[in-house]
Design a binder for this molecule. Sequence first.
Ligand code: ATP
Length: 740
Amino acid sequence: MPPESIRADVDADATGSDPSRRLHAGTVSGRPGSRTSGGMHLRWARITKTVEIRESSAGLLRGSIAGGTEAAAAAAAAARGPSPPSPGTTPDKKDDDVVIVGDVEGGGGVVAPGTAGPANRTKTILDGVSGSARPGEVLALMGPSGSGKTSVLDVLSGRSSHDGSGTITLDSEVVTDRLMKKMKKRVAYVKQDDIFFGHLTVRDQLTYTALLRLPSDWQRTRKVAEVDRTIRRLRLGKCADTTINMISGGEKKRVNIGSELLTDPAIILLDEPTSGLDSTSAVALMRILYDLARDEGKTIITSIHQPSSAVFFAFDRLMLLADGHVVYFGTPRGSLEHVKGLGLECPEGYNAADHHMDLLVVDGAIDDDYEEDDDDDDDDGGKRALRRRTTGGGTTTKRKLIDSWDAEAFAGRIEDEDVAERAKCDASPGDDGGGGGGMLRRGLSRRQSVVFSEKSFNTTWWTQYTVLVHRSMKNSRSAIFTMLNFVKAGAIGFMCGLLWFQMPYTESTVFDRSSYYFFTMTFWVFDAMFTAYMTFPLERAIIFKERSSGAYHLSAYFMAKTTSEAPARLTLPSIYMLISYWMGGLNNNFGIFLASTLCSLLSVLAGESIGLFLGAAVLDMEKGMVVMTVASLGLMVVGGFFVRTLPSWMVWLGYISPFKYSYNSSVQLVFDRPVPCDGSKLLSSCQGGAVGSASVAEVLDFLGVQYSAGLNAALLFVMFVVIRVMAFFALKRKKADERM
Ligand SMILES: Nc1ncnc2c1ncn2[C@@H]1O[C@H](COP(=O)(O)OP(=O)(O)OP(=O)(O)O)[C@@H](O)[C@H]1O
């Protein structure tokens, strides 16, 4: 369909008698006097995006079959293997890329898709993409997997940059990098994955979001009222007080949308909001989106895989993508006319969306199989449907569709619309603050100044910190204060108590006393290191998502995390100490119990810092676990328990071992008086039998303990602080990489 007919088509469709219009009939609670602002007209022209293809450590090249030659696609598909996500990481489609086999440098491998040759390491994932989305309308992006839907949304949302050759305009204002950064707050982006703290209820999730993101001059009651309204609007009443872990997929999607809606965005971008939903839930969700567009004038852009007929025809506009190219933009009904004009008519009664996908999905490997199977008598309808995708002369329908869409003319049309609208705006006095005269020529436009005048954050650092502490405590309370963890601390404490039960304070138990502390600090420091390690890799998706929408400062999050988890993290070792210390009869002085418990807790905090640092530095769980294991065992080995004299080049490692300081300080404390000899002739002063005693200094020397208890505790504290600061900077450095 020629681009010129797009608007006519939209208008015609809007008055049509399509049965799918029932989707628009849904009602949403009225919004009299609501604070809702309408949408904005978003246009984009000639957007191109090229990415570097990363080489894996095994010398393989990661790429995708999309956009590649059929041969490349076939070989790449053949090479495709299961690629499970790393445990605990958010599945990332970028990591699911097909592995292209071969020595690419040597030119012997498979051609990187969309590129000129085997040695080329870049790939064009968006190629001159143009389109527009208006307030009050729902634009759907459709196309096969890998066609570029998410990439378009990433670019439009400002979460990812494009190559700079194209333009994006917002109400006809060119969106510069700076404006794009600010614009993110007016653009809600609901990603494909539902990422939340699972232990929070739906209401908690929305309330924390409201407290973090709604303006600080709003009263708390107003924010809570907004949460209630969002719950009603998204029909989440039934599950409002259920934890997110327990709600259904459709409800999760709605919570995700609700979290974004709270900030009253002008533009809402959604990446496959209906994926994983049954058709009824998908229709219900789409109805909510239509209500938002119709009733509140929002601009909505959603990618969608294979919608039902009702959903398909209800879209206001449709953008079909293949291999990063637009192959159609216009009304859904117009899309059928367009393909019919190319001799690819949708069969009677066949789902239009399925028909488009059939035309666009081409998998070289599958097609080759069918070529070979040509004489197969057992051919069935499915195969025939697939073969339908190949037209005469070996040209795929996909190629035909790409070639027949005049992307250049379409981009020109989008740009003309922009120019016309801008001229209209310039000509209307007062509209831009007085006098017209060219918004762009005057530098900062009215729209831009409105956006720029917005503060980077809606709330103060302190508000962010307190809200995040509250949220984190609530979440970690549920995650750490579990019955299982209490049983673990209690049972291990009791077991140790039995093992070291009521040791007499004599020469023969010198080793047993010190080994109690060796075990205690090994166990709890390891525990702290490994559990803290998980923190950032598990929460990274949430942090980056929330940060990319300007919810809070990273420092507020980090400080909140540090302070809120400490009580939970320290309670369990305290329970252990309370049970095992008194059962074991380590030292009946209560002050020494308190001091040695404090030293153990300091070592837990130092261990936690190491875990946080490694978790921030190595967000990939698989690699991180290896680094953690090596680091923790290494630090323990160099603590001086196994090898008294370390090789000179390793001595420095001993100074960064929390195990060493924790052990030293506690052992210093517990041997607070001379140790009576009991005939075991362990210590040199006791060689005469069960008479006399060994001095504290001799015992400590015998055990290889260095420095005073105070100095050891102080060094633990320094480790705890310094490594924690390092963890913050490691996380800060990661931020840019991970946001994409
Ligand atoms: N950073 C990247 N590095 C390499 N390839 C990338 C990168 N980002 C996207 N791609 C590739 O670009 C193509 C388009 O990806 P995109 O995620 O936009 O597709 P999609 O249409 O949203 O797919 P799906 O429907 O499966 O979500 C894919 O082939 C993908 O592998």
